[in-house]
Design a protein around this ligand. Structure first.
Ligand code: NAD
Length: 394
């Protein structure tokens, strides 16, 4: 089996889908690895390091697509407008794996399906214990949560730690994290490591213990109930009345803190607006908001994705593609997630086998045999559900 890794073409994308360590693992499993020259340079690995682990360096992406049975990418079709020029390079029966934004980019999914390839979307890996080692969203959220704190520390008008100096005592910065999922918990741990006093809020009461174990205070607003989460452990979407109440109850915390990091998200939905302009106006001048939900509409209504703005003396940062800002470790984590997925998909025959009964395959398979097959993507496209294999036999 040949695994191909083309260079990323999304603007400013510095990550890469394979690192020398995963190349070595693929070679050990008996696979050939074709890497487009320079694919890992921006992440910190030169061609020589890949060659030393047994990768074959090729000079054009055409060659990667022409030869590879499995193409591994960071931003694949759907998540990269420039990928459309790769459509003509696809070969029927080939498998492509990467981030695809399949639920919002249905039209592109249809185009890819028409080429007869299997498309696997990494953002659809189920959040189950079995699939944990392949959970690329968690990996990237970890990187984003860490980086968000560094950006806030850089922009805020205070130092994070408490300092007792000859010039007197400097009180620590106060950080408020809204949303304590993977990114939020990493942000809490990072802010604590820098010496800040941290409090956090989440609608899911289950995270209280995790927040406290990191040395932060869990803010109780009286809104969080077991009903705030689905059976899978995710937050539910609430109505506007709930969010209005939440905004009212969070107002005091916003005034007291110097840094606010928002990560609140509801899977498949626009991020809830938890910070309004009047709330920002009441914050201390010189304080900072880092809105990690910027790409999903923002938790602050003033956030501009990809921009840093100043409003009422408050700096509002709306970062996009944060994992690419720490390309080496983001690539290491993502490439390992991919290598674990490839191992899972090839564990029987040493060849890629898409077992349609497997919940991981069912979760992330978007296109197969000329069709968009993922039920949620079909629904988003207004397509009728496909017959199950059992229904077909009848
Ligand atoms: P996410 O990125 O979807 O959302 C971030 C956080 O925002 C969540 O904790 C959510 O509860 C919170 N949130 C939503 N609405 C909010 C609001 N109005 N106010 C405050 N907070 C709000 O979350 P995530 O990091 O993907 O994690 C979500 C869940 O998935 C957690 O239970 C996590 O433990 C679980 N998870 C499980 C696995 C696994 O088992 N393999 C892997 C990753 C995550």
């Amino acid at each position: 089996m040949k695994i191909g890794v083309p260079k990323e073409t999304f603007p400013d994308e510095r990550r890469v889908a394979a690192v020398p360590q995963t190349v070595a693992a693929f070679k050990k499993q008996g696979y050939e690895v074709l890497l487009e020259q320079g694919a890992g340079t921006a992440a910190g690995w030169d061609d020589q390091q890949y060659a030393e682990q047994g990768a074959t360096l090729v000079s054009s992406r055409q060659e990667v697509f022409a030869q590879a049975d499995v193409v591994l990418q960071v931003r694949s079709f759907g998540a990269n407008p420039n990928a459309l020029s790769d459509l003509d390079l696809l070969r029927r029966g080939q498998t492509v794996v990467g981030f695809c934004e399949p639920l919002s980019e249905g039209a592109t999914m249809k185009e890819v399906a028409a080429r007869g390839v299997n498309l696997l979307a990494m953002e659809l890996i189920p959040r189950t214990t079995r699939a944990q080692s392949m959970d690329a969203l968690s990996s990237m959220a970890t990187v984003a949560g860490y980086k968000a704190v560094l950006m806030a520390a850089d922009a805020v008008n205070k130092m994070f730690p408490m300092l007792m100096t000859a010039a007197g005592t400097i009180r620590p910065a106060r950080v408020f994290v809204v949303g304590a999922g993977v990114a939020g918990l990493r942000a809490i741990a990072t802010a604590r490591a820098l010496g800040a006093v941290v409090e956090a809020y989440d609608v899911r009461p289950a995270v209280k213990e995790e927040v406290e174990s990191l040395g932060a205070k869990f803010l109780e607003l009286g809104l969080e109930t077991e009903e705030a989460q689905t059976a899978g452990g995710y937050a539910k979407a609430f109505d506007e009345a709930f969010y209005a109440k939440q905004r009212e109850l969070m107002a005091k915390a916003l005034i007291e803190n110097h840094v606010v990091i928002t990560t609140a998200a509801v899977p498949g939905k626009k991020a809830p607006v938890l910070l309004t302009e009047p709330m920002v106006k009441d914050m201390q001048p010189g304080s900072v908001i880092v809105d990690l939900a910027a790409e999903r509409g923002g938790n602050c209504e003033l956030t501009q994705p990809g921009k840093t703005i100043q409003v009422h003396g408050v700096t509002i940062i709306g970062p996009v593609n944060l994992p690419s800002a720490i390309p080496m470790d983001a690539s290491l984590m993502y490439a390992r997630n991919l290598a674990n997925l490839v191992r899972h998909l090839t564990r029987e025959e040493g060849q890629l086998h898409l077992d349609l009964e497997d919940d991981i395959v069912q979760g992330l398979l978007v296109c197969r045999e000329g069709e968009v097959v993922h039920p949620r993507v079909r629904e988003a496209l207004g397509l009728p559900p496909l017959e199950t294999p059992a229904e077909k036999q009848q």
